[in-house]
Write a protein that binds this ligand. Structure first.
Ligand SMILES: [Zn+2]
Ligand SMILES: [Zn+2]
Length: 138
């Protein structure tokens, strides 16, 4: 815990986590599934290595939102917390809004722009992808 790089928690604080290394990336996702899971116009994620992630309080509730794709949440207060997929076994993607200090991250990617709400304009200093940035996924 003492060397954790950043921490986060759900709204009720029943679920808390720590990450002990640099994030891999920070990205906005415009896909309809993220929109529905967050109830918001866009979901912003911080990707971290799964080996660097530790739950420090509570447990995730988890659903399989599409085949091989898992979304985690606090089962007490419902806060969406994380995204994992079977074809990226080494990563866990944390919903940015659960971080203690989301202002310290800066998104440099946006994905699934083909599903972006037409009135939503984000100023992303980086790359935009119609779908996902790696082949054979999404
Ligand atoms: Zn909670
Ligand atoms: Zn998405």
């Amino acid at each position: 815990m003492s060397n954790s790089f950043f921490q986060g928690h759900c709204l009720c604080k029943a679920v808390q986590y720590a990450v002990d290394g640099e994030p891999l990336w920070c990205a906005h996702c415009h896909c309809g599934d993220c929109r529905r899971h967050t109830g918001s116009a866009v979901a912003t994620f911080v990707g971290v290595g799964k080996g660097r992630f530790t739950l420090t309080a509570g447990e995730f509730g988890r659903i399989e939102s599409s085949p091989g794709v898992y979304r985690s949440f606090c089962a007490t207060c419902g806060t969406p917390m994380a995204y994992e997929r079977e074809d990226l076994p080494g990563e866990i993607h944390l919903y940015l809004g659960t971080l203690d200090h989301p202002e310290e991250m800066c998104p440099t990617l946006e994905v699934f722009c083909r599903e972006r709400l037409p009135w939503l304009k984000l100023n992303v200093d980086g790359h935009s992808f119609d779908g996902l940035p790696w082949p054979d996924a999404g």
